[in-house]
Design a binder for this molecule. Structure first.
Ligand SMILES: [Zn+2]
Length: 233
């Protein structure tokens, strides 16, 4: 087999290795940068804080109302206990009881609103938690599929590396050095094929004399335009 054939084989293997490595990197970047679960966890944490604050507000209102109910009982006990007999003092106690009742009534309205706020916050938290569970399941599944693809690619690449070594053994060192240099400078493609009388990499149409030279089993032909090796088959 000619050197151009072996170089072409090597190019096919190395192109597959390049594509495999690029996809493996893409997969790990995709898994690492996926913030969907963390973002939704943040939504859940925020909803929990809103709920805790609504519950604390409700509790405070309930405690205030309880304190005032005790105060009202004490006030009414004095009022109806028979110990206070002076009309002015009785009048003061009546006024005080009325004021406490009004403030209890206000607090009861606030309590109702606070209870609705707690229910709303609880509902929001439930929705957020449900969404989080769905996302976690989705992401776990997607990552398992990606990890499977990645390990299959790595296994393929291990086999390709063995093939690379085998083909390398068939290539003269000076051609391989040139191959590597071209790979570096020509975006990974050192060997082009002859397709429809043109270089498959840059599209330059070869003259009949060039095509004949490219088909020669003894010489290595370079594309006159891009400089890559040409494998004519
Ligand atoms: Zn070319």
């Amino acid at each position: 087999m000619s050197q151009s054939f072996h170089l072409f084989q090597l190019q096919k293997i190395d192109t597959q290795l390049d594509q495999g490595a690029a996809r493996v990197n893409e997969i790990s970047a995709k898994i690492e940068t996926d913030r969907r679960v963390q973002d939704q966890q943040q939504v859940v944490d925020n909803a929990s804080k809103v709920l805790a604050s609504a519950q604390a507000q409700l509790k405070k209102i309930e405690q205030d109302a309880d304190t005032r109910r005790i105060k009202l009982e004490q006030c009414e006990a004095s009022l109806y206990g028979g110990k206070v007999k002076i009309p002015k003092e009785l009048q003061d106690l009546q006024n005080e009881a009325a004021a406490i009742k009004r403030s209890i009534s206000t607090l009861e309205d606030q309590q109702l609103e606070a209870m609705i706020s707690v229910e709303d916050a609880q509902a929001q938290l439930n929705v957020a938690q449900k969404h989080l569970a769905i996302l976690q399941a989705e992401v776990t599944h997607e990552n398992a599929v990606l990890a499977g693809e990645s390990s299959a690619l790595k296994a393929l690449m291990d086999r390709l590396k063995v093939e690379h070594q085998a083909v390398l053994g068939q290539i003269d060192q000076n051609f391989y050095d040139e191959y590597e240099r071209l790979r570096k400078n020509k975006r990974g493609i050192a060997v082009a094929s002859l397709t429809d009388n043109a270089c498959s990499a840059c599209g330059t149409v070869l003259t009949p004399a060039d095509r004949q030279a490219a088909r020669s089993p003894t010489i290595l032909f370079h594309c006159p335009s891009c400089g890559r090796f040409i494998y004519a088959g």
